[in-house]
Write a protein that binds this ligand. Structure first.
Ligand code: NAI
Length: 336
């Protein structure tokens, strides 16, 4: 059986996922496209899905009999509405991060999915599918012993003028928030944010860099440097310090050179290249589960926890180094 997919939001990632489904992965075809900017849907149809129908109304696409599962790839503030509609239609739904732009919105999705009685939502936290992070998780289980500390960094070469200080949390740190919780299999209890001297490359309305310190229920202390004007590259670092040893996220593959008395290795500049394979793996996982009428991978609960944690981190940005508590309700049985 070929799974029929409807894609809502056919900008950068929506087009790339359409290409992935139709040209890279097996078992599914994109049969329906929607975008508030119809020209983007037409470009996507022309380049990646000539047989797909273009819908002017995303809700009609969700309900259409020729659509078995939904990809939500529109702007963040529109996700909640579409994910809730997909759940109401009983159709598996892959939602790009964020699941919702507020914790309350994410909670409404968790409640709707619980009422549906089965998993229907996968959130696009693709780092869990990155072979480097998967190997790191194995090392935590086998080599490092119980984790004590995590040192991480998320560095981008530069950001535009519209990137403001809270976006360092909601758009950038959000990936660490999810993947570190998954690596440690632990929940956060507090967040603190420290601002070192500001980089002269950061624009007027952005405090950059910043250091976010998260503490987990199990007592692990995590420091994440977020530095989005580091200039030199897109650089993701993660080191777990455990009772018995240390494990580091591997560097992306690159040719090592010896020349002019320098031992060198290139550093990526574009975030799209860093986790390129993990996008294939996450969607393959979604398609496999969706063919069974359910969802796999990062859950709506994970999306909710990420939203609650991000809100606490943003509050901590204005708390002058004081800890902001992260309070979570008990995890519902559906997500055990
Ligand atoms: P984009 O701006 O390139 O594309 C978004 C598209 O959604 C646009 O074509 C826009 O016209 C359309 N759109 C906006 N509102 C809509 C609505 N109500 N209904 C239907 N279409 C609508 O943005 P991009 O980069 O593709 O990002 C989309 C989402 O994917 C964002 O939530 C972003 O955070 C997420 N994303 C996740 C990544 C990851 O690493 N997991 C990487 C890039 C994006």
């Amino acid at each position: 059986m070929i799974l029929k997919i409807g894609v809502i939001g056919t900008g950068a990632i929506g087009q790339d996922h359409t290409r992935r489904i139709n040209r890279v992965l097996a078992g599914a075809r994109v049969t329906a496209l929607n975008d508030v900017n119809r020209a983007n849907a037409e470009t996507c149809q022309r380049d990646h899905a000539p047989e797909a129908r273009i819908f002017d109304d995303a809700h009609a696409l969700i309900k259409d009999a020729d659509v078995d599962a939904i990809l939500v790839c529109s702007w963040g503030q529109t996700h909640e509405d579409y994910v809730l509609a997909a759940i109401a239609a009983g159709k598996p739904c892959f939602c790009e991060k964020p699941l919702a732009t507020t914790a309350e919105g994410a909670k409404r999705i968790v409640e709707a999915e619980q009422a549906a009685g089965r998993r229907l939502v996968q959130v696009g936290f693709m780092r869990r599918y990155d072979p480097g992070y998967v190997a790191l998780k194995k090392a935590v289980a086998g080599v490092t012993g119980a984790p004590l500390m995590v040192h991480a960094a998320h560095r981008n070469p530069r950001v535009g003028e519209n990137y403001l200080t809270p976006m360092a949390i909601h758009d950038t740190l959000i990936h660490e928030i999810d993947v570190l919780r998954w690596l440690l299999d632990d929940d956060y209890v507090s967040a603190r944010v420290f601002f070192p001297r500001k980089s002269p490359r950061a624009h007027e309305n952005l405090r950059d860099p910043q250091v976010v310190v998260l503490e987990t229920a199990g007592g692990v202390v995590i420091d994440v440097e977020v530095f989005v004007n580091c200039h030199y590259g897109y650089d993701i670092q993660c080191e777990i310090v455990g009772e018995d040893g240390i494990a580091r996220l591997p560097e992306p593959m690159g040719i090592q050179t010896r020349s002019g008395a320098v031992l060198g290795q290139p550093i990526l500049m574009d975030w799209k290249d860093r986790f390129i394979d993990s996008y294939d793996y996450e969607l393959a996982d979604f398609l496999k589960a969706a063919a069974q009428g359910t969802a796999a991978g990062p859950t709506a609960w994970d999306g909710y926890v990420a939203a609650v944690t991000a809100d606490a981190c943003v509050a901590a940005q204005d708390a002058a180094g004081e800890a902001v508590a992260i309070d979570l309700p008990a995890r519902p049985a559906l997500y055990a």
